[in-house]
Design a protein around this ligand. Sequence first.
Ligand SMILES: *[C@@H]1O[C@H](CO)[C@@H](O)[C@H](O)[C@H]1NC(C)=O
Ligand SMILES: *[C@@H]1O[C@H](CO)[C@@H](O)[C@H](O)[C@H]1NC(C)=O
Ligand SMILES: *[C@@H]1O[C@H](CO)[C@@H](O)[C@H](O)[C@H]1NC(C)=O
Ligand SMILES: *[C@@H]1O[C@H](CO)[C@@H](O)[C@H](O)[C@H]1NC(C)=O
Ligand SMILES: *[C@@H]1O[C@H](CO)[C@@H](O)[C@H](O)[C@H]1NC(C)=O
Length: 610
Amino acid sequence: MNKSKSFSQAWWCIILLLGLGLESASAAGVDPKLWRSGDQKFSGVIIPGFASTRLRSWSLLDCPFSPLDFNPLDPVWLDLRKVISVPQCWMKCMMLDPYNQTDHPECKSRPDSGVSAITEMDPGYFTGPLSSVWKEWVSWCVEFGVDAESIVAAPYDWRLAGPVLEERDLYFHRLRLTFETLRKLRGGPSLVFAHSLGNNVFRYFLEWLKQEVPPKLYTTWIDDHIFTYHALGAPFLGAPDALKGVLSGVTFGLPISEGTARIMLGTFSSGLWMLPFSDNKPLSQRNTTKTEGLVAPDWPVNVLEVDMPTSALAALANYTVPIQRFYSAQKISDGTSFKEMGEFDPQAKLAFYQLKKYYLDNPLFNPLTPWERPPIKNVFCMYGINLKTEVGYQLSPSGKPYPDNWIIKDVIYETDGGSLQTRSGLDVDGKGGVASGDSTVPYHSLSWCKRWLGPRVNITRAPQTAHEGSDIQEVFDVEHEHGGDLVYNGSRDSRIKYITYYEDAVGLAGKKTAVWEFDKIDHRNLVRSPVLLRELLLENVHNSHPQAVRSFVSKARRVPLRDEDCYWDYSKAKCGLLDYCEYRYVFGDVHLGQSCRLKASTDKDILQYF
Ligand SMILES: *[C@@H]1O[C@H](CO)[C@@H](O)[C@H](O)[C@H]1NC(C)=O
Ligand SMILES: *[C@@H]1O[C@H](CO)[C@@H](O)[C@H](O)[C@H]1NC(C)=O
Ligand SMILES: *[C@@H]1O[C@H](CO)[C@@H](O)[C@H](O)[C@H]1NC(C)=O
Ligand SMILES: *[C@@H]1O[C@H](CO)[C@@H](O)[C@H](O)[C@H]1NC(C)=O
Ligand SMILES: *[C@@H]1O[C@H](CO)[C@@H](O)[C@H](O)[C@H]1NC(C)=O
């Protein structure tokens, strides 16, 4: 038995007990009194992203020439075996009617419920990144003793746009009941963890709620039910990737053709929820005083350039324009591009129909508009940065029939540090930023959240690994115009991965806003990153601890918490962080780093972080 490991597990257990409200604390080497977090009884609500909820069939479908059929409750998303063996059948169960979002006449699918609906997409068959976005997260919770009742998933049918989610499944109604039930059960508000598209869904919920409760009670309801909103990898201004899905098809690594993927995705009204946008108003109508609302700036490049096919020239004769068309994010989200391309591409025409019906003409609100900070007590945005991320595409006609009528002639990326690059190597006409995105969502969109910070912001940059504070940069009370961008250009050592924290505890009375940027952590892996989990736990214990004196948890040091935080220092030929780690070989270790383990005597006092 590995003594130190069980010690560190007990330690984590305590953090989670306090953060998430368990009572029994049997602490090994930790004084439970120091760890008490008052009487707050939190719960966690997880809202997963696109394609991250399991769908099951609710039909009997006989697949010809195959022993594989779809029976009620069979997994549809995702059963890789059926995607490969009976693709036609599988498509029937996945696709919706593109115009009214009803099921295929022969097969219908519905989202699964419970935490397992978001953790096991295709147990045993598909172990790629799609299958287990939340699995690690949940296994940490279980491993460290979080009560089953305090973690609730809010899975949903990710094929549907907001209005259909409510109309067909009463999803937002149920989500409201989930928060209300949790409050009754645990006696406290919830912590929301939304990933990717889950953030758009959560925003929709807040807008929907405004219509449901009397205006005077709206903020009261929020204060009573939501303590902290964690926006994980949120596409605040959308992502060009969503446009690629509409025009060319995204296969998710499944063994289907891009054309097939395009047809399937085209039937999902949710496909447009993450379209890139800058601002919903034409320039002439924008209120530039910035007091009326936040105005989203434009993207680094035109998101789309299209060579119009010659056969379409006749149709386009009325537009006195050259053959090559350029579309800014604004022209994509207001429908201009789909309308023009729809003259000769049925999928673009369909996209225009859905865009109008579910987004632009949505009586609740247009989701393709910049989002103001929600009136939640604590708002934390966290995302990966400085990975190569697609920001624009050049399309050309392929000469083939629909759905393969386009080829992607060139792709524009933003790269580490924000410079622009093309796949072809040709020059780009655009304006690079200060950083790049998380490989799926561009920096421009992720970092929108910085505009929610108040007029003064504290900025800290610290290494991601355990550290003693020697390599930490801090600047206090940086002036920041409301609605304006905020850039920290402190120094970087290219060998070190940092976390840059932007924090404001004074801009809004009684509220806190923070933005955490993690170098080189990818969109999907964010949720299972041990660095993110460590920061989340420390911050959440701190945020509710009676002895916390600071607004945010201290960044001054991070001692190793788990064996995984110890590493082999090749330059010194011994374990790093020798105050906390030691070399202790255990049978089965395959490399040196694994044998560096946490010392049993490691200081586990939470107060060192306050
Ligand atoms: C949805 O559209 C399909 C095909 O156009 C039609 O058969 C069906 O009746 C429609 N359903 C509703 C509820 O409008
Ligand atoms: C812009 O917003 C300000 C403050 O809300 C308002 O006084 C002004 O009339 C607005 N201007 C336009 C053109 O809407
Ligand atoms: C193009 O022009 C023709 C004749 O001038 C007109 O009948 C037609 O409606 C126009 N089409 C569009 C899309 O404006
Ligand atoms: C930091 O960035 C700001 C805003 O982009 C710029 O004005 C300033 O000159 C930069 N400072 C340094 C030292 O590069
Ligand atoms: C920045 O940190 C200082 C010292 O901890 C604190 O007094 C101040 O309120 C912080 N500023 C903001 C904007 O949170």
